[in-house]
Design a protein around this ligand. Structure first.
Ligand SMILES: [Zn+2]
Length: 167
């Protein structure tokens, strides 16, 4: 069964219907993501379903397909970061469930799930920490030696999310 995309779903109702939902919308609807990328113009294609087929626990799983325009850290010119990713998240799971199933959880607001927020979080997590063109000569002034010595400080993506949410 296919339905039209909406932003918020009542999870218990969707679980009963086992609906497969799909559609597309502009990235400009996702303000937090757009503050991190160079263009809001791209279309996002999304497919998802609510199910209990994993551990009998409510979950949302789906697929995201889009192109994010980010800045190359080597030449500071725009570059396309393709997104083609599957996601699977438990819904309103306890910390114990998250630990034992090794699947992250999202939380509803009294049974209602904001799917756009879930999708936006997934896209933000999928952004590369450091974006660079595949062509390592995209900046002629770039010195490969310093590239190797550069120490990349790993940032926990979840702390990035938290920082964004608290804005
Ligand atoms: Zn570049």
């Amino acid at each position: 069964m296919q339905g039209k995309l909406q932003q918020v779903y009542r999870v218990s109702k969707e679980l009963g219907q086992n609906s497969l939902l799909s559609g597309s919308f502009q990235l400009s609807k996702l303000a937090r993501l757009c503050s991190l990328i160079l263009s809001e113009e791209a279309d996002l294609k999304v497919t998802f379903e609510f199910s209990t087929d994993v551990y009998q626990h409510p979950s949302i799983k789906g697929h995201l397909d889009t192109e994010l325009l980010v800045e190359c850290q080597r030449c500071l010119e725009p570059m396309v970061h393709p997104i083609d990713l599957d996601f699977h998240l438990l819904i309103d799971a306890t910390e114990e469930d998250v630990q034992s199933f090794q699947i992250d959880t999202v939380y509803t607001d009294e049974g209602y799930l904001d799917v756009f927020e879930v999708i936006e979080d997934e896209l933000i997590l999928a952004l590369p920490l450091i974006s660079m063109h595949e062509d390592s000569t995209c900046n002629k002034n770039w010195q490969p030696d310093s590239d190797e010595e550069m120490v990349v400080e790993k940032v926990n993506p979840f702390s990035v999310l938290e920082a964004l949410k608290s804005k």
